[in-house]
Design a binder for this molecule. Structure first.
Ligand code: NAD
Ligand code: SER
Length: 313
């Protein structure tokens, strides 16, 4: 008989955590998934199972929770994202790196399986922008991207040297309606829906032709669970897997929204985030994930827009 998983999600009140906890509890049962964050969940999400207030930078507190719940699997989501990180470079580096180290060490000591997300921000101006390969030249130009690239290398190191079963995905920009995004460059693709519903207009901080890789949250959550459940031997990339769904520009998104809200108006006023977006890929080659553990996406742009507008009223 398979041992029952005991899961800890750190950073559970954020954009991904909110939905990942919900899905993991559906699969493994509420009491087997412990949500934790430095900030309490908004709207009581996640209140159907255990919740612990936790600062990932306090290694001893993390260890205490791990012991208390006999944790076998951790999803480490606590991080400072690209746009916010540029305003607080050292704090971002500290959280993104020291948080990961705390977990890599605990997982090594207690033989715990670890999920840690990377990002398309690991790529930079020198990386091929179209169909970006799994192992291209990488020169991230943001502190967030640098911390993710360093994190990928540390994950690979802990796997090679200590046998830590750490798994990772380079998420593209994620679109969702259940919680607000946390300070990323791709967040326009979430805010635009709220503003479209509220005011029928939006001022976009990226230029209209800035194509970026994006994914709907249900696909991202499913990819995460599938990677964590993939057979050990099938997980061949131990830095982080490219994964992709669709790519679009703000003007393509606006065109799709206008099919539902014909009077919607979007104006463009690029700010500093344009620089980060311009250094990232427009599309991603995720063939390694597709062949190693059979990843495939479900939602295209029309599906996403329809579902987002239906849920955001
Ligand atoms: P988010 O900002 O929405 O959530 C992060 C959560 O971490 C927040 O709830 C925050 O309160 C919590 N947190 C912050 N400091 C903490 C600390 N010291 N201890 C414990 N919790 C703390 O971010 P997200 O969008 O859910 O992203 C989760 C992970 O996925 C991050 O590593 C991020 O880099 C990565 N990622 C996200 C996207 C995206 O589009 N959302 C894309 C690529 C990668
Ligand atoms: N969506 C994230 C950001 O824009 C990419 O990791 O920061």
């Amino acid at each position: 008989m398979k041992k029952q998983k005991q899961i800890l999600v750190i950073g559970s009140s954020g954009q991904i955590g909110t939905e990942l906890v919900e899905e993991l509890r559906k699969i493994y049962g509420n009491e087997h998934v412990v949500a934790s964050d430095i900030h309490p969940p908004v709207n009581n999400t996640g209140s159907d199972g255990p919740y612990e207030s936790l600062d990932v930078l306090q290694g001893n507190s993390v260890l205490e929770i791990v012991r208390k719940y006999k944790v076998t699997e951790v999803y480490l989501l606590a991080a400072i994202l690209s746009a916010t990180a540029e305003q607080s470079v050292k704090a971002a580096w500290r959280l993104n790196m020291d948080g990961l180290f705390n977990l890599l060490d605990i997982c090594r000591e207690r033989k715990i399986k670890l999920f840690w997300p990377s990002s398309i921000a690991v790529f930079g101006p020198g990386t091929p922008r179209i169909n970006t390969p799994q192992f291209p030249y990488m020169d991230p130009s943001t502190v967030y991207g640098i911390s993710k690239l360093a994190g990928e290398l540390w994950c690979e190191y802990y796997f090679q040297k200590f046998g830590v079963d750490v798994r990772s995905l380079r998420y593209p920009g994620l679109i969702s309606y259940k919680s607000q995004p946390g300070g990323g460059t791709t967040d326009y693709a979430v805010h635009i829906f709220h503003e479209a519903r509220k005011n029928n207009k939006y001022e976009c901080y990226l230029a209209e032709d800035t194509v970026l890789p994006m994914m709907y949250m249900p696909d991202a959550v499913r990819a995460t669970v599938e990677l964590m459940n993939a057979d050990f031997g099938n997980v061949k990339v131990r830095s982080s897997y490219n994964i992709a769904a669709i790519s679009f520009s703000p003007s393509e998104l606006v065109k799709e929204i206008k099919k539902h809200l014909p009077d919607f108006v979007c104006t463009y006023k690029p700010d500093i985030r344009q620089k980060y977006a311009s250094s990232w890929p427009a599309s991603i080659d995720d063939s390694a994930a597709r062949s190693d553990w059979h990843w495939s996406h479900t939602y295209n742009l029309a599906d996403i827009v329809e579902d987002m507008l239906w849920h955001i009223q």
